[in-house]
Design a protein around this ligand. Sequence first.
Ligand code: GLA
Length: 382
Amino acid sequence: MSKNEIIQIFQEKFGDQSPEVYTSPGRINLIGEHTDYNGSFVFPGAIDKGMTAAIRLNGTDKVNAYAIDLNENSSFGLNEEDAPSEGWAKYIFGVCREIIKRGGRVKGFDTVFSGDVPLGAGMSSSAALESVFAYALNEMLNLGIDKFELARIGQSTEHNYVGVKCGIMDQFASIFGKKGHLVRLDCKTMEHAYFPFDPKGYKLVLLDTAVKHELASSAYNKRRESCEHAAATIRKNHPEVEFLRDANMDMLDEVKNQISEEDYMRAKYVIEETQRVLDVSDALQQGDYETVGQKMYETHYGMSKLYEVSCEELDFLNDVAKENKVTGSRVMGGGFGGCTINLVKDELHDTFIADAISKFNEKFGHEPKVYEVVISDGARKL
Ligand code: GLA
């Protein structure tokens, strides 16, 4: 939805005033999945789909919000006991509360917002929603919060108001994204480096299974617990191991008999995935997309067989990618449904997409959605 359309809806709702308009994107992730909360590396980029909000301070201590896409309203105060009942409004409320907890003085505002990040596709629509409000309120209220803290405000919103113990990747990408670049982020030190991403001769395309499996957030939190338990057990012998990122396979094998088979598999995946991100960084610097693609397939295997966050539909799309000689393909994001991300040679692109759509449709009775990826800027005022 364009800036003017959003402003018009704002004015219909709240009277003829001039709001500020901000936008914040969703993200893709080339590689490094379920590594962020293990203190390891991720490799995301912001995309040209996001959440856009028109906002105006209203001189009260109440927030009046209208979700255009859902045609739903919510009004709430800014105290902890004022939590709204609408699921989507909890994200906005959470952002306000997390700013207040950090000493920021949030004031009441009117807002309307709309987004085009597909929901449940693993492209971080929720981080886009958190980031647009964190970013806008910081600017409009001159709070002086730095960009890392803005990302953490979104992450804490997930932890404390949504119930997902997520890492920092999605909010970081939404705030720090840069057109034409992926960012490699070290989630332990927050050091990050931008990598120009323009794979000549290849396309990056997402295939959305359009399935979202129930209990994804509790399964996600359970994965995190397994990793923390494995890291804590290793730490008894190796005090320097703060996160699984600091461990290696020898250390994990030392404690194999002290942890469950499941925790072992989860930790093995994370240790291997950490190495894969580093390998992909090297390969990217050499323009070696064949290696990038091979690592993506390895990640898919790990996420499917060791981390167990794939599903039948995603594995099926991964197999179709292999059959079509696609360079790299894997489940993207948290998993349990959502998208595969595919790195495919230009000349194979059209036949791959046609084949994936028809085979998927034949097997599951509906077509996957196709999104071409455009790497774009992070949160900003329009
Ligand atoms: C979700 C979380 C992220 C990250 C990914 C998996 O998107 O929000 O923090 O853990 O899953 O890589």
